[in-house]
Design a protein around this ligand. Structure first.
Ligand code: NAD
Ligand code: DAU
Length: 351
């Protein structure tokens, strides 16, 4: 079936993998990638698909309701995969207003545009798919897992804004009958992640012999999922997920930060041809993140049992591929941090 799917935040880390998967796997769909190109959005992430006939890029802000409404109309959007967001917890602590604006008002603007457009054309075959995070559930002790029934308990301005956006999506489903589905995923890693997040930041610092700032005692635990496995889950949920439902997505792969950091050091040193232990002294314990959640762990049994999704990549293979990718793509790292690519594409799209 010919579909027009609006993917928001498609120039970011996870969004670019979702756009690539959909453009290549579904040549019969029109994929509209809508992104504001903030510091985190980079069209260099999508060079391999930018000339495909079923792909179009639109530079826009999800908070700009009139523009969003006109895009729904112009492209006859019948499906939305909404990833655009401010996504970094540390930034949210410094600038909570921006997170409320983008993540809450931006999501509301998309919901309202979908509702207004689909009320006219009929909601059958339409879907608003909201991509969210496990951080909305708060923090676990040493035992237990987040399920879809875990009550929301966000602690950072980032997770509070994502929780709020989830509630708006549910409210639009319950109040207006908007066909919507939500997924809440654990920490992603892999190529094209902006080097402010733990894994790309640390690989880059190891390479450049810079300190590795470990928050607190490094005892916080995260569940890591290879980004392409997240994109695969999004594909499955978009096509087979039950409307009105939430699905948790996780990697069955918990790591204490300090143990993960030691693995990264080992793999990076080996791939750089350095002696084992050469970069151990870069570990630098720093003041903890305010409100730092101790542990996230996801039970993704519902997704496995209902829709048959499981992670395909073992962590050992995923981290090796990821370290190698960042070492091979220093130019990309330099580009995203210098803003050079953003300037180039801003000129290209005359914005
Ligand atoms: P990212 O920061 O790499 O990318 C976000 C993208 O959104 C960028 O391309 C940016 O330009 C765009 N954007 C920001 N504000 C916008 C606006 N106002 N209008 C249009 N575009 C805008 O984020 P990511 O890590 O790829 O995360 C994508 C989504 O997945 C987010 O919603 C995030 O909450 C969620 N998520 C992320 C993770 C993770 O580990 N990274 C895990 C679970 C869920
Ligand atoms: O759980 C899903 C979430 O994972 C997503 O919703 C967020 O968008 C994504 O950014 C990520 O949030 P985290 O805060 O868990 O990711 P981050 O990479 O910032 O940090 C991972 C862990 O490493 C966390 O416990 C904080 C710690 N850390 C992070 C940085 C950047 C450090 O110790 N030092 C650092 O310099």
């Amino acid at each position: 079936m010919k579909r027009s799917i609006l993917i928001t935040g498609g120039a970011g880390f996870i969004g670019s993998h979702v756009v690539r998967l959909f453009v290549n796997k579904y040549p019969e769909y029109n994929i509209i990638n809508l992104d504001k190109l903030t510091y985190a959005g980079n069209l260099a992430n999508l060079k391999d698909v930018e000339n495909k006939p079923n792909y179009v890029f639109v530079k826009a802000d999800i908070c700009d309701f009139d523009t969003i409404l006109s895009i729904f109309d112009k492209y006859s959007i019948d499906g939305v995969i909404h990833l655009a967001a401010e996504s970094h917890v540390d930034r949210s602590i410094k600038d909570p207003f921006l997170f409320a604006q983008t993540n809450v008002i931006g999501t509301l603007s998309l919901l309202q545009a979908a509702k207004a457009t689909w009320e006219k054309s009929g909601v059958e075959t339409k879907l608003f798919y909201h991509i969210s995070t496990d951080e909305v559930y708060g923090s676990l002790g040493s035992e237990g897992f987040f399920t879809e029934e875990t009550p929301y308990d966000p602690h950072s301005p980032y997770s509070a804004s994502k929780a709020s956006s989830d509630h708006f999506v549910k409210a639009f489903h319950d109040t207006y009958g908007l066909p919507a589905v939500i997924s809440n995923c654990s920490n992603n890693y892999g190529p094209y992640q902006f080097p402010e997040k733990l894994i790309p930041l640390f690989i880059n610092n190891i390479r450049n012999n810079k300190p590795l700032p470990v928050y607190g005692k490094g005892e916080n635990v995260r569940d890591w999922l290879y980004v392409i496995d997240h994109a695969r889950a999004i594909d499955v949920i978009f096509h087979k997920g039950r409307v009105g439902e939430t699905y948790n997505i996780g990697g069955f792969n918990e790591w204490k930060n300090i143990d993960l950091i030691k693995v990264m050091i080992k793999v990076t040193d080996r791939l750089l041809g350095r002696n084992e232990g050469a970069s151990d002294s870069l570990i630098t314990y720093v003041t903890d993140r305010a409100g730092h959640d101790l542990r996230y762990a996801i039970d993704s049994g519902k997704l496995k049992n209902e829709l048959g999704w499981e992670p395909s990549l073992q962590f050992e293979e995923g981290i090796e591929k990821t370290v190698q990718w960042y070492l091979d793509n220093q130019e990309w790292l330099d580009g995203v941090t210098s803003g050079e690519y953003q300037e180039y594409y801003k000129k290209m799209y005359s914005v």
